[in-house]
Design a protein around this ligand. Structure first.
Ligand code: UDP
Length: 243
């Protein structure tokens, strides 16, 4: 299947992924590397074959979301590290959804980690390395001319649906979705579509029975060695593969 796609020049090199042009101007190849970063890129490392696991995990989740009629950039996985995706113009915002208090929300507001949020909380972070991706609100995003209020409404609607779908998807696999970050792009028709990835790098997962952490927090907080973090990502993939 992959033999007919011609991989061309590199378009973007991010912290954990590379994006390549293809012979089709409307499609790109996304390549998952083994890099792992945290704390706005301050903490960097490399976990052998993590890119293979993230490519597989994000493929399963995007296939699931496509099947739920959520518009995403994902077309198909083409090999163990790469996927073919619709080309989009990325919107430089990170949308965080919180179902349980953790991470920066817990620190910023001095609230204990683990409190259930019956109404999920949505946050926007402005993707800007120099400014260290600050937390902003709708008015800032509109003032910065990144999106309009109407586009934000659309994004909040899609984000809310995504949260409902994947929260249940993970719960059925004995995983609690504590919080996650997603990003959107605009395709050639100017439609807003879910892009980037959803993986243990971008979500907080806790085990449903033990509440043990099953994600990048183990690396971020220095609780585990790299090898153990790899094993946790394998555990997530195993659970997702059980139907
Ligand atoms: N997140 C992410 N990339 C970032 C920052 C956060 O994928 O650059 C994810 C993170 O994995 C978590 C959620 O967004 O699932 C909320 O992260 P938080 O704001 O608590 O910040 P962190 O604790 O990651 O600094």
């Amino acid at each position: 299947m992959s033999s007919c796609i011609i991989k061309k020049n590199i378009l973007i090199e991010g912290k954990t992924k590379k994006v390549y042009n293809t012979d089709n101007p409307f499609e790109v190849i996304i390549h998952h590397t083994d890099n792992i970063t945290a704390l706005d890129g301050l903490k960097k490392s490399f976990i052998q074959d993590k890119g293979v696991l993230n490519n597989e995990i994000t493929t399963l989740i995007f296939q699931f979301l496509n099947s739920c009629n959520i518009k995403t950039h994902f077309i198909r996985k083409i090999n163990n590290r790469e996927q073919l995706c619709h080309k989009v113009d990325m919107i430089p915002l990170e949308f965080v959804v919180r179902n349980i208090v953790s991470g920066s929300m817990s620190q910023r507001l001095g609230i204990k980690e683990g409190i259930n949020l019956y109404d999920p909380i949505f946050e926007i972070f402005y993707k800007n390395d120099k400014l260290k991706d600050p937390l902003i609100n709708d008015y800032h995003a509109v003032f910065l001319k990144i999106v309009s209020h109407e586009e934000l409404n659309t994004i909040y609607n899609i984000t809310s649906q995504i949260n409902i779908f994947i929260k249940k998807y993970f719960f059925d696999k004995n995983i609690i979705l504590v919080d996650f970050k997603i990003e959107f792009g605009k395709n050639y028709k100017n439609e807003i579509v879910l892009s980037d990835e959803i993986s243990p790098d971008t979500c907080r997962f806790w085990d449903k029975r033990t509440m043990k952490k099953l994600d990048k927090d183990l690396f971020r907080r220095g609780f585990k060695e790299k090898e153990e973090v790899f094993d946790i990502y394998i555990e997530i993939l195993k659970r997702l593969n059980v139907s």
